[in-house]
Write a new protein. Structure first.
Length: 219
């Protein structure tokens, strides 16, 4: 069963998977290493989400202060974007930082779950893995786009960081909502509307890049 913390973790994992996948593609590692890295991280996510709820008693303060975690993540992502655009030598460091954010965030948020089962843990890890694998052909396409690849990645990170920052600002209000007034997972709060908007923007960007490439090839 999904609760607020589960929903936040799923959305953030999907965003960070996109971030990490784009970074790894720019790092020019082989597809085999890309897939192996994705599988290893997905397995760690499964283990963390399944066992970290045992630490809830030791981390009770997180339940009321998770918004600050989101804000800190957003700030780190903005810094990551700035260093990535300024100097490609920071790419490896940004990859390591992104992986660390994925694992630390997974542990801290999942430690607040009301209940955890194998199905939920599998959903988090498989969702992360699917996004990473989807990024393989998409990133190949983006490398041939008219705009520079780093600019495209930077724009994605900006949107990602902005959304997570909004998560942080709205966390306390969303947490205090009466969820009996809403249907189960698809809660029509401003936070979830922003998720839908972000997904639409990303899809439009990808279609736009693909369309521009087609036009350039015809010239």
């Amino acid at each position: 069963m999904f609760d607020l913390f589960s929903a936040y973790l799923l959305i953030i994992l999907l965003l960070l998977a996109g971030n990490l996948g784009l970074f790894l593609s720019d790092f020019k590692i082989s597809k085999i290493k890309f897939i192996l890295t994705s599988v290893v991280i997905a397995i760690i996510i499964f283990v963390l989400t399944f066992f970290s709820s045992n630490f809830k008693a030791n981390l009770p303060f997180l339940s009321d202060n998770l918004g600050w975690l989101f804000i800190i993540i957003a700030i780190i992502l903005f810094i990551s974007q700035y260093t990535y655009l300024k100097n490609k030598n920071y790419l490896k460091r940004n990859i390591i930082i992104t992986i660390a954010i994925v694992l630390i965030t997974t542990f801290l948020i999942s430690s607040q779950f009301r209940n955890v089962d194998l199905l939920n843990s599998a959903l988090f890890s498989v969702s992360f893995l699917i996004v990473m694998l989807i990024l393989i052909p998409i990133s190949d396409l983006l490398h041939y786009a008219k705009r520079d690849y780093s600019i495209i990645v930077g724009e994605f990170i900006s949107l990602e960081a902005l959304l997570i920052f909004i998560f942080g600002l709205t966390f306390w209000s969303v947490k205090n909502l009466d969820y009996e007034m809403f249907s189960s997972f698809l809660i029509l709060t401003p936070t979830y509307k922003l998720v839908y908007i972000l997904i639409v923007v990303i899809v439009i960007m990808i279609i736009g890049f693909y369309y521009n490439d087609i036009k350039l090839k015809k010239r």
